[in-house]
Design a binder for this molecule. Structure first.
Ligand SMILES: [Zn+2]
Length: 281
């Protein structure tokens, strides 16, 4: 199950979304050998980014970037309008500390592509968990009362978001009641139950309307074209220096951690404007 499921509470001005990922999540962390706490936080970050995207009109491209002075140095997640995700994390050595995040900030970039201007929201790393930090983001940047529950489980990562609709003046009591119910959701239920079963169980006395689920996929976008662009951006002088020194040019994609090795002939093709499908190393 790698999907986003949105729903609304009939007669309440409150919407919600569930995101659950397993294979897509495993593809993002494959090849990285992240320590477990880092892997979990990256999972939370990916789920949270998709949940953020779910409430925005017009399927914008969205990215979430967390920078801090705690054990997690950097967390970066990108999600396209078609829900293609990629993400990576950088960490410092000391992961024993409970507070992974430390002081820092979260920046959310929204790019509606052809449907409007880009914008950015920045919030301090105010809470001890990503859920808390992002609730603060919604309060400050989107001015929408939002509750976020991120869960992980052996088989994957998942999350549930509840949000008052814009101009919903009377939603705060209802949101508080629903939030108390939502907080009981477990990672296992989110991973294993059908969306309808799960929601009817969690919110038994409410009438819900479910929308069609959307698939979430992993797409790193480190294509031959993209990599050729990087080689050209480095410039002929620099690339030829590297070739002279090392006999090859190796690029490593920081998202999927795959390395691509070009020989002299491949570099010549690329510098002449062509594409060379790089052998993976
Ligand atoms: Zn890649």
């Amino acid at each position: 199950m790698n999907e986003l499921q949105s729903f609304v509470f009939e007669s309440l001005s409150i919407r919600g979304t569930i995101v659950r990922l397993n294979e897509t999540w495993q593809q993002v962390v494959a090849q990285h050998h992240y320590p477990e706490p880092v892997e979990r936080l990256l999972g939370d970050g990916i789920v949270a980014t998709i949940l953020l995207a779910s409430g925005l009109k017009g399927h914008p491209r969205i990215s979430l970037q967390l920078q801090g002075n705690g054990p997690i140095r950097l967390l970066l997640v990108q999600c396209s309008g078609a829900l293609e995700v990629r993400g990576m994390a950088q960490w410092r050595e000391d992961l024993a500390d409970e507070a992974l995040l430390g002081d820092g900030r979260i920046a959310v970039n929204v790019d509606p592509e052809n449907h409007g201007p880009k914008y950015q929201g920045i919030v301090p790393l105010a809470g001890t968990t990503l859920d808390q930090c992002l609730e603060a983001y919604f309060d400050q940047s989107e001015q929408l009362a939002t509750r976020l529950y991120l869960r992980c489980h052996d088989s994957g990562v998942s999350g549930l978001l509840l949000q008052a609709l814009p101009a919903a003046d009377d939603a705060s009591d209802a949101l508080a009641t629903l939030a108390a119910l939502a907080a009981t959701v477990t990672g296992e239920d989110l991973q294993r139950l059908e969306a309808e079963t799960l929601l009817r169980r969690l919110f038994a006395s409410y009438t819900l309307r479910l929308f069609a689920p959307r698939a979430v996929t992993h797409d790193c976008r480190c294509t031959a074209e993209h990599l050729a662009g990087i080689v050209r951006m480095l410039g002929a002088a620099e690339v030829n220096d590297i070739l002279d020194e090392q006999g090859k040019v190796e690029l490593t994609c920081e998202f999927c951690n795959r390395s691509f090795r070009y020989d002299e002939a491949a570099i010549a093709t690329i510098l002449a404007g062509g594409i060379s499908t790089p052998p993976m190393h």
